[in-house]
Design a binder for this molecule. Structure first.
Ligand SMILES: *Cc1c(COP(=O)(O)O)cnc(C)c1O
Length: 359
C-alpha cells in the first residue's frame, strides 16, 4: 500500500506528567485516513496531521448510525524501551470487518489495516508513554459518508485511525469494582448487532449505566435480551466467574462482543492449567453459587483494564460481596501473565506480539 505521509510542522507538546494521562483525552500529532467510493474502492491512504473531518449535514452516519470502531494498545517493551509492541492487532482487524459486514459497510483488507496501524504507530513512536502501566491507545474507526436522507446503506465511507496516550487504568494497582445487574434495559439481542463494535450499542447502554452510576455502581452486567436470565457482559468488558475453581464465562451467542482479551484469557488460562467452562450461565446460578460459597471470584476482561476484578454485585436489591472486596488469586495471576506477555517480561508462547517496524 502506498501511504502518503505528511508530517506536521507544529508538533504538540507531549504530556510530561504521565501519572495523569487519564483515558482518551489527548490525541497524537497524526492520523491515518482513507476514503471509499463505489468507483475507486478504498483509495488515497494518508497519514497526516490530526485534524477535523468535514462531512455533509446529510451524511448518513449522522442519521442512521453506520459507525464502527476498534480499540487496541501499543506498549513499550520493558526490556527495550525503543521496542514498540502491539497485542494481537490482527484480531482487531478481523473484528472490524465482521462489524462492517453486519452494518453493510465495505471491509478493509486485514493486511492494509495492519499496515496502516503499524505505519501510524511508527510515525508516533515518541508518543508511546514510558511509565509502567501506560500505553498508546489506538482507535481505528469507520463511518459512512456522502449525502442522502434515504434510509439505506451509504455508498461512501471514511476509515481512520487516531491515537491517544493513556494512563494506568487503576492508579493503586488492581481495584475491585461494584456492578449492578441490569433487569430493566438490555444492550443487545440475538440476531441484533451485539457482536459488532458499533456506536449504537454504546448509545443503547448509556441510560442503564448512568442510572446505575447514580446509585454508586461502576458498571452494569447485562442479561440476555430474550429471557432476561443469562449473563452476557459488562460495559466494555466480557465477564468471567470462578465457580468451583473453574473459570466460567458466557459462550459467544451473537449478542456478546467477542473480546480479544476474553479469547486471550481463555487460551492463557488453559495453558496455565486452569479448568475452563464456556457455556450459558444464568443469573440464578450465579446467585446460588454465591450463596453456597462456590463463587469465589468474578472479573471483567477488556483491552482498557485487561482484568478488572469485581468486589460486589447488586441484583434485585440484594448485594453479593465477593472475596471480601479484594483482588482474587485467579484475577491477579492472569493479570500478571497477560501483562507480562504484553510488556515483554514473559515469553510470548502464542505469537501474539507484533513489533512495530521502523519503516
Ligand atoms: C471492546 C469491548 C469488549 C472487550 O473487547 P477487547 O477486545 O477485549 O477489548 C467487551 N465488550 C464490549 C461491549 C466491547 O465494546
Amino acid at each position: 500500500m502506498d501511504i502518503k505521509i505528511t508530517k506536521t510542522n507544529q508538533p504538540k507538546i507531549k504530556p510530561t506528567d504521565e501519572s495523569n494521562l487519564g483515558f482518551g483525552r489527548t490525541y497524537t500529532d497524526h492520523m491515518f485516513i482513507m476514503r471509499y467510493n463505489k468507483e475507486k474502492g478504498w483509495h488515497e491512504p494518508q497519514i497526516k496531521p490530526f485534524e477535523y473531518i468535514s462531512i455533509s449535514p446529510a451524511s448518513p452516519v449522522l442519521h442512521y448510525g453506520q459507525a464502527i470502531f476498534e480499540g487496541l494498545k501499543a506498549y513499550r517493551n520493558l526490556n527495550d524501551p525503543d521496542g514498540i509492541r502491539l497485542f494481537r492487532p490482527d484480531k482487531n482487524c478481523e473484528r472490524m470487518n465482521n462489524s462492517a459486514d453486519r452494518l453493510c459497510m465495505p471491509p478493509v483488507d486485514k493486511e492494509i489495516q495492519l499496515e496502516a496501524i503499524k505505519r501510524l504507530i511508527d510515525v508516533e513512536r515518541d508518543w508511546v508513554p514510558k511509565s509502567p502501566g501506560t500505553s498508546l491507545y489506538i482507535r481505528p474507526f469507520m463511518i459512512s459518508d456522502g449525502e442522502g436522507l434515504g434510509a439505506f446503506a451509504a455508498s461512501e465511507y471514511i476509515f481512520a485511525i487516531i491515537c491517544s496516550p493513556s494512563g494506568l487504568y487503576f492508579k493503586n494497582g488492581l481495584a475491585p469494582v461494584k456492578i449492578h445487574v441490569e433487569r430493566q434495559y438490555v444492550r443487545a439481542v440475538k440476531g441484533g448487532m451485539g457482536f459488532a463494535k458499533t456506536a449504537g450499542n454504546y448509545a443503547c447502554s448509556f441510560r442503564a449505566t448512568y442510572d446505575a452510576a447514580e446509585r454508586g455502581y461502576d458498571q452494569v452486567l447485562w442479561l440476555d435480551g430474550r429471557e432476561n436470565k443469562y449473563v452476557e457482559e459488562v460495559g466494555a468488558m466480557n465477564m468471567m466467574f470462578v465457580i468451583d475453581g473453574k473459570i466460567t464465562t458466557a459462550e459467544l451467542n451473537g449478542s456478546i462482543l467477542p473480546g480479544v482479551t476474553r479469547d486471550s484469557v481463555i487460551a492463557l488460562a488453559e495453558s496455565l492449567g486452569y479448568e475452563l467452562d464456556v457455556r450459558r450461565i444464568s443469573i440464578d446460578e450465579i446467585v446460588e453459587a454465591h450463596k453456597s460459597g462456590r463463587l469465589t471470584e468474578a472479573f471483567g476482561t477488556g483491552t482498557a483494564a485487561v482484568i478488572s476484578p469485581v468486589g460486589e454485585f447488586e441484583y434485585d436489591g440484594k448485594t453479593m460481596m465477593l472475596n471480601d472486596n479484594k483482588v482474587g488469586p485467579v484475577a491477579a495471576h492472569l493479570y500478571d501473565e497477560l501483562t507480562g506477555i504484553q510488556l515483554g517480561n514473559k515469553e510470548d508462547k502464542f505469537g501474539w506480539i507484533h513489533e512495530v517496524p521502523r519503516y
